[in-house]
Design a protein around this ligand. Structure first.
Ligand code: FAD
Length: 336
């Protein structure tokens, strides 16, 4: 860092931690951040905010950061946008990074604007691709016009260049215990009494994060609204239920479970697509799954082109059969 306050350098990645768990997108961003920092010849810096998070800083170094900045204080637990945003903004103003990457999680989306707006910085939300051009400018790509086109957004005049990024679009950085780097405890600028909001009670809904699931069982139009076989198979495989946009538009499944261009990107070990045609916008959200099993009555359904295993058949027969074989309980036969 130089004393010249017009100079901004280094690539920062926010590493999001809650109660000992790190959001998977943070490690994905560290991998991408490493590539970008290597291209621009700058350092990759991880920023960790929370309570008791020194270990997370050390892990960020093992996963590719040149150094980690750790703001450790009880004021950051439980999460509130005010303390996170104020701390993050103070560090950005003091250290002047060139690029700041934040996971497009509920937390990331919540506080990123509190950093970008006062800093007069450019913030591109929900990116699915990142690169840098010859001048080291961040090229932030994201779907636009409801997913009909991709936009590349540059921010030539303001710093830092900020992006929130969708989970599941990059591979996670692997751990290398031999990597060296500093873990620096930074001054905490937020006082407990300064916070404008206080958490009185916490209620956790049942909307799961499908992006971190190892197994995803997704249903589409072919379910005709009967998701019981999909849920039973997901249960037997200890996986999460997901859906195509058709199933979400019909109101059969909540939007948080939609996979695809205008939904979420998933990269599970196993993706079961039941009664899903395989439209290009759906495939974009699941194409990187390790193993894909498709169940469809139409042998010519495009989903079979993306499947490792294809079963031509009625999902209402095939899924209960699979569930039984896995030792799970099939849903009761629908009554006429
Ligand atoms: C801008 C834009 C963005 C979009 N974003 C998304 C997105 O994020 N995610 C997404 O999913 N879509 C998205 N779509 C919609 C997409 O184009 C398709 O319309 C949608 O994916 C279709 O869903 P589906 O395949 O489940 O349903 P359908 O098209 O209705 O297909 C149903 C399939 O089930 C099969 N089937 C029927 N009965 C059975 C049965 N009993 N057993 C087994 N198989 C059966 C049929 O053969 C068929 O292949 C987007 C579209 C646009 C224009």
């Amino acid at each position: 860092m130089t004393d010249d306050d017009t100079v901004h350098e280094d690539v920062w990645v926010f590493v999001e931690e809650h109660g000992g768990d790190v959001a998977g997108v943070s490690w994905e961003l560290l991998a991408k951040g490493r590539e970008l920092a290597d291209e621009t010849g700058e350092d990759l810096v991880a920023l960790v905010v929370g309570e008791g998070v020194d270990d997370v800083g050390a892990e960020a170094v093992e996963r590719g950061a040149d150094r980690a900045l750790v703001a450790d204080d009880p004021v950051f637990e439980p999460y509130r946008a005010g303390p996170y945003g104020d701390q993050f903004r103070a560090l950005v103003e003091e250290r002047r990074p060139s690029i700041v990457l934040i996971g497009g999680t509920t937390t990331g989306r919540d506080f990123a604007g509190r950093v970008a707006v006062p800093a007069d910085a450019g913030l591109t939300a929900d990116c699915t691709e990142l690169d840098v051009d010859d001048e080291g400018l961040l090229l932030a790509r994201r779907p636009t016009f409801g997913g009909d086109a991709m936009a590349t957004i540059k921010c030539p005049d303001h710093r830092p260049q900020m992006a929130t990024v969708r989970a599941g679009v990059f591979d996670a950085a692997e751990r290398d215990p031999d990597r060296d780097g500093d873990v620096e405890a930074v001054d905490v600028v937020v006082e407990a009494d300064d916070a404008l909001s206080r958490v009185l009670e916490r209620e956790v809904g049942d909307v799961a994060d499908i992006t971190d699931a190892d197994v995803v069982v997704a249903g589409g139009g072919g379910t005709e609204g009967d998701f019981a076989p999909v849920e039973a198979l997901a249960d037997a495989l200890d996986g999460e239920v997901a859906a195509s946009r058709k199933a979400v538009d019909e109101g059969w499944v909540e939007p948080a479970r939609q996979v695809g261009q205008t939904g979420k990107t998933v990269r599970p070990d196993l993706y079961v697509a039941a009664g899903i045609s395989g439209a290009v916008q759906h495939v974009e959200g699941m194409n990187d799954a390790e193993t894909v099993v498709a169940v469809n009555t139409d042998p010519n359904a495009p989903i079979f082109e993306h499947a490792d295993y294809g079963i031509v058949g009625d999902l209402h027969e095939v899924l209960p059969e699979l569930t039984d074989r896995l030792g799970g309980r099939s849903p009761p036969e629908p009554t006429a």
